[in-house]
Design a protein around this ligand. Structure first.
Ligand SMILES: [Zn+2]
Length: 377
């Protein structure tokens, strides 16, 4: 992965490049992103640049032995940590599992799509709906790895994906290493839920926020990465919330948009019938969606539809850009809902997104959401 392979995120690229060029590489970096937002791709491009033997023009060469090994994820001085559990690919006692046991599956996943979602990792590593952890055994493996001399004589790195899943004893064991790693060592953490990372860990790291991309940037990436048609890419980008990973997931799912549309209509139809139970049952389908990103997509999708309803009610249908497949339905909603409903509902959906980001229990989020919609309809 080279910096030139990265879509958008110019500020992050420039900051990472600057760290290498100035020789001021932090000992620990905490990247915050929404799922599929590109932090792992950035970390890979950064480490490849750091260890490249022939950097030029602000990028790695892509051809030297270090670059070739980095591209295949076999550079010997980069260790990857991620949450694991037992499953179809590796069995055993969970607390004894270390990431090296999953190395071939991890490499295949990351080299084919560094923007993967959490649920896609669970599937690729055979976890079968169980949630992985980063255990004490993995903590010991990291410390052991860093106690050895680097193979290359250059920088060593640990990339930890989802430090929020480190157990407390693992985190405590690593605190000293995070604060004072050996010379020429960098630890990179990538989190989707910064509020759940132990503050003793995050306070020892330099923070870096990876911002969501624009719809145009996501669409462009979907064309270049997945070879999608411009039309499909634009449709997927519309519901991807600025995440390339969510966009790729959307493209790969045959009926992603249809599911969102069906659930939205089921909820609205139930609410209009004053059938609270039916609406709550429909909302359980959102809570059961496979990733937080997908749940947020639902909220964004519903919010955009209600914005269209609001515009129709204000007599501004021409700027609502109604898609042909939804136009009749949205007009009928506009005729059935009280005027203030759309505004209150959009506000409630926005609050739900914030709570999803804070990792609040999903059932509570969507039950509260339906209650609010029911009251203001
Ligand atoms: Zn190189």
């Amino acid at each position: 992965m080279r910096f030139s392979d990265i879509t958008g995120n110019e500020q992050a690229v420039s900051a990472l490049r600057g760290m290498v060029d100035s020789g001021r590489v932090p000992h620990a970096l905490m990247m915050y992103e929404n799922e599929g937002g590109g932090a792992l791709a950035l970390a890979l491009a950064f480490l490849q640049y750091l260890n490249c033997q022939h950097r030029s023009g602000g990028d790695s060469c892509g051809e030297c032995p270090s670059c070739r090994q980095s591209a295949k994820l076999i550079y010997p001085d980069i260790h990857f940590s991620f949450p694991v559990t037992s499953g179809t690919k590796v069995s055993g006692v969970v607390k004894d599992l270390v990431c090296d046991m999953y190395a071939p599956y991890w490499r295949e996943l990351v080299t084919s799509n560094p923007y993967f979602l959490e649920s896609e990792m669970d599937a690729a590593l055979g976890f079968e709906k169980k949630q992985g952890i980063i255990s004490v055994a993995e903590g010991k493996a990291i410390i052991r790895e860093l106690s050895l001399s680097p193979h290359s004589g250059k920088y060593r790195a640990v990339v930890m994906w989802l430090p929020e899943r480190m157990t407390v004893p693992t985190a405590n064991m690593l605190l000293k290493t995070i604060e004072e790693p050996p010379d020429n060592t960098v630890l990179i953490f990538i989190t989707h839920s910064p509020g759940n990372v132990l503050s003793t860990v995050s306070s020892r790291c330099q923070g870096m926020r990876i911002l969501p991309l624009t719809k145009e940037e996501v669409a462009g990436a979907l064309v270049s990465i997945a070879g999608a048609s411009r039309e499909d890419a634009a449709a997927a980008a519309e519901v991807a919330g600025g995440s390339i990973g969510a966009g790729l997931h959307e493209l790969s799912g045959k009926d992603g948009m249809d599911v969102l549309r069906d659930v939205f209509r089921e909820i609205m139809d139930s609410l209009l019938r004053r059938d609270l139970l039916g609406a709550l049952e429909a909302s359980e389908k959102i809570a059961a969606m496979e990733s937080r990103e997908k749940q947020k997509l639902f909220c964004t999708f519903a919010g955009e539809n209600l914005r269209k309803v609001f515009l129709i009610q204000q007599g501004m249908e021409e700027i609502a850009a109604l898609p042909a497949s939804d136009a009749d339905y949205l007009r009928s909603l506009a005729a059935s809902c009280r005027q203030p409903f759309a505004v209150s509902a959009i506000d409630a959906l926005g609050k739900a997104v914030t709570m999803i980001d804070r990792n609040v229990n999903q059932k509570i989020i969507f039950t509260n959401l339906i209650d609010r919609l029911f009251v203001c309809l």
